[in-house]
Design a protein around this ligand. Sequence first.
Ligand code: GLC
Length: 426
Amino acid sequence: MTPSPRLCAMTEAVRALYDRNRQRGDAPWCGLAYDFVCPSMGTYPFQWFWDSCFHAIVLSRFDVDRARTEVRSLLANAQPDGFIAHVTFWQRERFETLLSTYSIAYRTPYLSDCIQPPLLAEAVAAAATGPGGDAFLAEVLPRVRRYYEWLHDVRDPDGDGLIATLQPDESGLDHTPKYDRYLGIERCALADFTAAWERVAGPYETVGRDHDAMFALDRFVVEDVLVNTVYAENARVLSELLRRAGDPTGALAWRQRAQATTAGLVEKCHDPSDGLFYDLAGAREEPLRVNTVSSLLPILLPDLPQAMVEGLVSHLVSPAEYAARFPVPSVAMDEPSYLAPSDESTLVYRGPTWLNTNWYISRGLRRHARADLARSIEHGSALLVEREGFREYYDPTTGQGFGARDFSWSGLALDMLARLEEGHAT
Ligand code: GLC
């Protein structure tokens, strides 16, 4: 099928964006070369974990070699135990002044000490397509597997299949209102989030950021719905990668883990009274009953029971909650905490539409035979980029772009547009 002029234009726009945001060089601190796409030159010039995975997925649409390079840079500083930092500060010295604007826990001056939603297996699967894919897979798979083994061994101490985040930024949804009560946030100002973050990260420093001790402190232990949906999906994808690489035993083990995580979400996070999925907080696993986009994410899971899929769809199509002109808002519009974006606020995930969650939700809808709804999200996402450029997030009502400019993962519009034209099932 010949790509449409619309798809060609989007491909060229993303290619140019990824050239502008490309970071290449040698890092004396680790003696390695780097080559990756940063999220945005203005605010995020370093390598972020889940951003980079999205970038590799987008790159695989038009330059699979660069998709592989992106993954290689992400894996370059994987730790012997499997851990991969959520930020690698490759060229830290060049952007020293920006660091004071972040709340980040450091493992070393060049590596953060936390995780982000674990979509590495999906990035590797995308980068391992086409000629040379098997060799690439063989090269990276041991480190990819070790990373997921680390998550399984270290982040699920209660063995319920759900991994836990230990600070709010590990979910990638830094200021989401779903944590407000748990974190004691009362006013919606950046200073309050910074203070709340410090109330969590401070005590962790006193125990040397040792994982068992951090869990024991019980300051912020969240079995997060978005993180676990991504984990379940990636456990399934990892299982497929292991099978492809000739390891049926590993494949079976990870298939079972994927099922265990889905079962954990279904049995522990789903609320039958409203059909939404809620994070579980603290040792007592209290549900964080705030209606955010994260509650809808399990629609991605192919083995989600049909009745639960229908429950999620009913929220998605509700004009009061998520059926905005430019869906899908990151918080239900009828939640008291919903906040339309503005130039004054730098808080993220409190209402605006983001293209990474749109990417997951539209793929989930296709998997569950709701291509009609998927198409409107895919089309709407592409339209946002065509009108406003690659912004960090968009107003769900007006479509106006906000936050960082030239924001790389909004290039997912390309993948969504391609699916729209190809009529994909997944
Ligand atoms: C913000 C987002 C996080 C993202 C990072 C870089 O911190 O909350 O999810 O990875 O910016 O784009």
